[in-house]
Design a protein around this ligand. Structure first.
Ligand SMILES: NC(=O)C1=CN([C@@H]2O[C@H](COP(=O)(O)OP(=O)(O)OC[C@H]3O[C@@H](n4cnc5c(N)ncnc54)[C@H](OP(=O)(O)O)[C@@H]3O)[C@@H](O)[C@H]2O)C=CC1
Ligand SMILES: O=C([O-])CC(=O)C(=O)O
Length: 259
């Protein structure tokens, strides 16, 4: 499996290290697409994967699957061209699919081209439960409370915790596109972007990116807290988010689906 990565940041670095160096999966990253020539050049030298600033050359290279690890606007701009070029796609910036009409076009394009789009569980868990709970529409309430350091949320020098947002996931991702992709994953697995409630709290006392998920419905109720170690390269991003992409790649083509 030849893998193309979009992005030259923290998740991209992690994937290159664990795939090309540590051989954690049976594949190789052969192509990297990005806008940052310096970072791309360094990755090219270190991991022997070709860096492209031109999308057509990237997508035309010998890759089987594309991993988006860049930003919501990148996933929004390139998901369709990736699928039209008959490549499978794994998306980290799930916020790109907040627009239901766009998601539908992506679904149809993937189907028409015989491709799959995977949205890994990222920095949270429990998506399997939400899907089951809503199988007959019985899921009533989903809330996620995200706590991160003030610096991760663009604030400096606050002494106590501060609630920055309380509202629907669709609005949350517009305000915090680098911090609440997890809320979009929960929305898509569960009751949608308008009914999923998101709270974002800047908390100087937390050292971990903490997501508390609460759900209620005909199945009963669920409460889960995930205390994520942040990545050294970008403390906004949790280590688990990068691991979830690696796990998705590891499972590629596996005929047994768990969860
Ligand atoms: N689903 C989940 O649970 C999670 C999802 N994410 C998503 O994954 C993304 C990547 O995370 P991470 O690697 O930590 O982020 P980084 O900020 O470390 O890296 C982002 C990379 O994307 C590039 N990039 C950003 N915007 C654009 C753009 N408009 N056009 C082209 N390239 C762009 C950056 O380039 P440059 O160096 O030039 O800025 C950089 O190479 C996040 O932005 C977020 O959307 C993150 C965490 C959890
Ligand atoms: O990594 C995290 O904890 C969550 C995150 O940034 C996101 O969902 O965008």
């Amino acid at each position: 499996m030849n893998i193309g990565i979009m992005g030259t940041g923290n998740i991209a670095n992690y994937l290159l290290e664990s795939i090309n160096e540590e051989k954690q999966i049976g594949g190789t990253v052969t192509a990297i697409f990005g806008r940052n020539r310096e970072a791309g050049g360094q990755l090219e030298d270190k991991y022997k994967a070709r860096f492209y600033q031109d999308f057509e050359s990237f997508i035309g290279s010998d890759i089987d699957i594309v991993v988006e690890a860049a930003a919501v606007e990148v996933a929004a701009a390139y998901s369709l061209p990736v699928l039209e070029n008959r490549k499978d796609l794994i998306v980290s910036s799930i916020g790109a699919f907040a627009d239901g009409e766009f998601l539908e076009v992506v679904r149809k394009t993937a189907g028409a081209n015989g491709r799959t789009v995977q949205l890994p569980s990222g920095a949270v868990g429990g998506l399997d439960l939400l899907k089951s709970a809503n199988a007959t529409g019985g899921l009533e309430k989903v809330t996620i409370t995200t706590r991160k350091s003030p610096a991760s949320l663009g604030l400096e020098g606050i002494s106590g915790e501060r609630q920055l947002f309380d509202g629907p996931a669709g609005e949350a991702i517009r305000k915090f596109p680098k911090n609440v992709n997890v809320a979009l994953a929960l929305s898509l697995a569960g009751i949608g972007t308008e009914k999923t409630r998101v709270m974002v709290i800047a908390d100087p006392s937390v050292e971990r990116n903490t997501h508390t998920i609460e759900a209620e419905g005909s199945f009963g109720s669920m409460a889960a807290t995930i205390e994520n170690l942040p990545m050294p390269g970008n403390p906004k991003t949790s280590y688990l988010a990068a691991l979830s992409v690696l796990a998705a790649l590891k499972n590629q083509g596996n005929p047994i689906v768990i969860g």
